[in-house]
Design a protein around this ligand. Structure first.
Ligand code: MP5
Length: 214
């Protein structure tokens, strides 16, 4: 079978993708060695990122030219609300504050997302969304391979590796193939690489709990 644009994007980003799924944060989470401080830092920052994701989806829904794309994105926006509840439950039971400021990496990635939805092409915006979702699917599927649905992470693992989530990621990939023309290719490749790099950086930022220097 001839490789699709999606295969080409993943192939080009392969070294980043590998470093991402093998990041010490995920390795230590899988082997039970991740500290609570590190995990809680991820909870705080990813909660902010998912909130940015909801706004990103709203912008993309407004720009979607047909009903199929709009309704698929709308369903995802509802699913994001359920996902936010997982973070809120965890924060409540573990006494973690969600009222924190975004770190430079979180703010940079969230701003990149929103800027792409507001001013990028539809193909670029779909690339960033597919890239971010595929990254989480692959990262958590790697965790699940070894850990299964073990506590205390079962809800998170289930959220990003469920058949419904896998179907959403596939559907997004199909939408990207539908909307990306040959003329979009260079911008799509650049957007995918930026997304892959931000995904790696996000794990690195939470692992080192990297906030603002001043
Ligand atoms: C996702 C996420 C997946 N939660 N955080 C990062 C840094 N990248 C991707 O998005 P969603 O909305 O949680 O499925």
């Amino acid at each position: 079978m001839t490789p699709t644009l999606l295969d080409e994007l993943l192939q080009e980003a392969q070294p980043i993708w590998h470093a991402m799924t093998e990041h010490p944060f995920l390795r230590e989470l899988t082997t039970g060695r991740l500290t609570r401080e590190r995990f809680d830092f991820w909870v705080q920052q990813d909660y902010l990122f998912v909130h940015a994701g909801v706004r990103f989806l709203a912008l993309l829904i407004a720009r979607a030219p047909d009903a199929e794309l709009r309704s698929g994105l709308l369903e995802a926006a509802v699913a994001f609300r359920n996902e936010l509840a997982i973070f809120e439950d965890y924060a409540r039971t573990h006494h973690v504050s969600l009222a924190v400021a975004p770190t430079p990496v979180c703010l940079g990635y969230a701003s990149y997302l929103l800027a792409t939805a507001a001013t990028g092409s539809l193909a670029e915006a779909l690339t960033v969304l597919w890239g971010a979702e595929k990254a989480y699917y692959d990262a958590w599927a790697t965790v699940r391979q070894t850990l299964g649905l073990a506590e205390p992470y079962a809800r998170w693992i289930e959220n990003w590796t469920s058949p419904q989530f896998a179907a959403w990621v596939d559907w997004l990939g199909q939408q990207l193939l539908r909307y990306a023309s040959e003329a979009d290719r260079a911008a799509v490749r650049a957007a995918f690489l930026a997304t892959a790099r931000y995904e790696y950086l996000f794990w690195d930022m939470v692992y080192h709990r990297l906030g603002w220097p001043l």
